[in-house]
Design a protein around this ligand. Structure first.
Ligand code: ADP
Ligand code: MG
Ligand code: ZN
Length: 476
């Protein structure tokens, strides 16, 4: 039997983070009364004329810039004609040729090293409404609140060769688009959804074979599972000498399988034609240059920078994963420049507290200045790690000056060499036998003596300094 390899291309729909819809001024809102955010434009009334949302164009261009695509100076909206009750116009307003962005791509890392996944295009389009099937009344109701919501569709070349690669690609794409605030990207809300195109071909072949398309996956896990299932299903077909049919399928997470929905339509079935109600979309070179200049550093660049500052890969990943965490970290490290110590405090104390209380770091009473202060007290040995961690809950509740709190609680560490020398002299005087043994070469006894000193100071002495002072006095 010939060995087959999977060939996968993705089409990702991301809802753009705009206040209003793509062609009217209705708000983009979720969870409200059905049909409470509609107007003559987004409900498809005859004669209503669309007006393009400039912000949506900017966000699409921004996505293209971040992904190394070419942003076209002129792109065109077309009507993609089909009938469905949630599509009041009878067509989706989309872009066929040329789309707003072409080319570009994203590098992923897999076991065999890096791989570059090329993008075919990014285009703008509007979302449809929703049909609500009311089983009790035996009716289907239509809610058009979502109709006209701005989307970008990102289409890859068929460069992906496994479920792991596909999942890594969409996670990375999601991270970038959320970071750039192109989309809010809430998967469970359908703000980021993925169609998977998949076929099998003889390993190493340069041609493409018939594919199936699995529509509307809205979790990373489901993308992986649907691909695994399809690889097995199509392998089974080839093994039995049966053809793969070009069709649209749905993934059923409960049964972990894909099911045929309909045979796939071809582009010409949609009778695409230029949308006569909209002028071409223009992104002037000057506008594009301004958008490029305003592009913030990408997650990959921030990760490299954090690693260069001395953070571990895991710390960098945690900071990048939480909203505002990198901003908070940067503010704190401008005040006190010990990034590793700050990152440890953030990942071990601050971010878990944020998550528990469901707030973002910059909303916390414990400000970057307070965290920097706490780190400074640890660095100069005024606070032991233990004491710092004990103070944290109160600082989290009230904020304020950690040095003042430490003094009020009497937990500052004694790091005054004179005070420690006095304690050390007491300990040496109180343990003549141990001292003699130490001086006879049993240097392990040092830790016993340090322990005695710590106990005498009721834990307040700086243990490192205590060890140093004792060693020095014992060797005099
Ligand atoms: P359509 O818009 O009809 O779905 P496209 O030609 O625009 O078709 O391709 C859509 C996606 O399908 C792209 O991501 C492309 O890479 C992918 N694709 C095309 N042919 C194949 C194939 N034979 N196997 C896997 N993926 C494919
Ligand atoms: Mg498709
Ligand atoms: Zn509207």
């Amino acid at each position: 039997m010939i060995e087959m390899e999977p060939v996968i291309g993705l089409e990702i729909h991301a809802q753009l983070k705009t206040a209003t819809k793509l062609f009217c001024s209705c708000p983009v809102a979720r969870g409200d009364e059905p049909n409470s955010h509609i107007c003559e434009i987004c409900s498809g009334q005859p004669g209503a004329l669309p007006r393009l949302n400039a912000r949506a164009v900017e966000l699409a261009a921004r996505a293209g810039l971040a992904l190394g695509a070419e942003v076209n100076e002129i792109s065109i909206f077309s009507r993609k004609n089909y009938f469905y009750p949630d599509l009041p116009n009878g067509f989706q307003t989309s872009q066929l040729d040329p789309p707003i962005c072409q080319g570009g791509g994203l590098a992923i890392e897999n076991q065999t090293g890096g791989k570059f996944i090329r993008l075919n295009r990014i285009h703008l389009e509007d979302d449809a409404g929703k049909c609500l099937h009311d089983e009790q009344r035996g009716q289907t109701l239509v809610d058009l609140n979502r109709a006209g919501t701005p989307l970008i569709e990102i289409v890859t070349e068929p460069d992906l060769a496994s479920s792991a690669q596909a999942v890594e690609f969409i996670k990375k794409l999601h991270e970038i688009l959320v970071h750039l605030e192109v989309t809010e990207g809430r998967l469970e809300e359908g703000e980021f959804r993925c169609d998977v195109n998949i076929s099998l071909r003889p390993a190493g072949a340069a041609y493409l074979t018939t594919r199936a398309e699995i529509k509307n996956l809205n979790s990373f896990r489901h993308v992986g599972q649907a691909i695994e299932y399809e690889i097995e299903r199509q392998t089974g077909l080839y093994d039995q000498g049966q053809p793969v049919i070009q069709e649209t399928r749905l993934f059923d997470p409960a049964r972990q399988e894909t099911r045929s929905l309909r045979s796939k339509e071809e582009a010409h079935d949609y009778r695409y034609f230029t949308q006569p109600d909209l002028p071409p979309v223009v992104v002037t070179p000057a506008r594009l240059a301004a958008l490029r200049a305003a592009l913030p550093p990408l997650p990959g660049q921030i990760r490299s920078r954090l690693l260069a500052q001395g953070l571990t890969g895991e710390q960098a990943a945690v900071l990048l994963d939480r909203r505002q965490a990198v901003e908070y970290f940067d503010l704190a490290s401008q005040i006190f420049d010990q990034p590793g110590r700050l990152a440890a405090l953030m990942t071990e104390l601050l971010l878990p507290a944020c998550q528990r209380d469901n707030i973002s770091p910059l909303e916390a009473r414990l400000t970057p200045a307070t965290l920097a202060g706490l780190a400074r007290l640890m660095a100069d040995n005024t606070l032991s790690r233990r004491a710092a961690y004990d103070l944290f809950p109160e600082l989290w509740e009230k904020g304020g000056d950690p040095a003042a709190l430490a003094r009020a609680r009497g937990v500052t560490q004694v790091s005054d060499a004179g005070a420690i020398a006095a304690l050390a002299a007491e300990i040496i005087a109180a343990h003549p036998a141990e001292v003699q043994n130490y001086r006879a070469g049993q240097t392990k006894i040092l830790s016993f003596l340090v322990g005695q000193l710590m106990r005498r100071s009721q834990g307040a002495a700086n243990p490192k300094l205590a060890g140093e002072v004792l060693t020095k006095m014992l060797n005099e």
